[in-house]
Design a protein around this ligand. Sequence first.
Ligand code: NAI
Length: 359
Amino acid sequence: WFVGYSSRHRASQQTLKSNRDPSTAMSEPIRVLVTGAAGQIAYSLLYNLGNGDVFGKNQPLILVLLDITPMMKVLEGVVMEMEDCAFGLLKEVIATDKEEVAFKDIDVAILVGSMPRREGMERKDLLKANVKIFKSQGAALDKYAKKNVKVVVVGNPANTNCLTAAKSAPSIPRSNFSCLTRLDHNRARAQIAKRLQVSANDVKNVIIWGNHSSTQYPDVTHAKVKVQGKECEVYDEVKDDSWLKGEFITTVQQRGAAVIMARKLSSAMSASKAICDHVRDIWYGTGEGEFVSMGVISDGNSYSIPEDLIYSFPVVIKNKCWSFVEGLPINDFSRDKMDLTAKELAEEKETAIEFLASM
Ligand code: NAI
């Protein structure tokens, strides 16, 4: 099954036009895969991608959309809508249910699709179903994608799915894989901004440590806030340690569940915004003096987190490569919470490895 449309003619007109004006010269198109493309996160995300909100207004795109066979009719509708958006940057949209088509020569993979938890489903069964998906997609990355492909895993359990994909793609550097904890990061910034009645843009360097689950540790020990033009410590400005060590943390940890309770659907608009922030930072780097949270492979040294887990750390990104923000002092309160979420990830990993070995 294969749907596709191409707007080569329109794009070549743009190239011709931009060739006369080097300041707006268009680059070569990049090939971006979104999985779970018929789902609700993708419905927001595809608009942002097509609109140039992630790779910029001068970066043409070929968008590849993967979903499972029963969703192809829905995906056809999504493709029609993308066409109707008349995005100038879209050179081509390819919709498919075949991994060998989806992963071919891609520059970026945004892996949103995963097996959702059904009522009565055991955690282990959910993990097993996802190990199967991400093993297969990891192998497809290994076989078909460019070797410098950047892979972002969103589908839950995001950290362990990311680890499974990375382990199944031995020819692609581990550092090219990351999982999304930027939504939690943004939630933490927003809670602080609301409390201090400033713009979310004035809050930076919050950290999400660990798993994208309710054991994650949102940490503002090193966070800064701009108040009347001056950069201050969040702790000094909030002046309420019990809120910062209590309600603030649980609000961020349980925000996803609260959205589901209210909306009867999971966070999609905010997840899409976070994916855009995450991928844009991978592509163009983080701002001066700023760090962000990303699930990346642990090396066993940084912050004494056991090696070979996809664990959310503070990172900076330059030239499309991330590095740990090293040397932040960690107090006992933080240490306990960082270890707790690492323990959960180590258990998930053990189960995933067991399943991987048996497949
Ligand atoms: P959704 O259920 O609306 O869409 C998921 C789509 O994935 C469906 O169209 C489904 O057919 C597809 N899919 C399932 N298996 C697939 C496979 N093997 N290959 C390709 N596509 C496949 O779900 P929604 O709301 O879009 O969420 C997607 C995932 O993102 C969920 O796992 C959700 O828990 C997770 N999520 C993660 C967040 C994070 O911060 N890391 C935040 C919000 C959601």
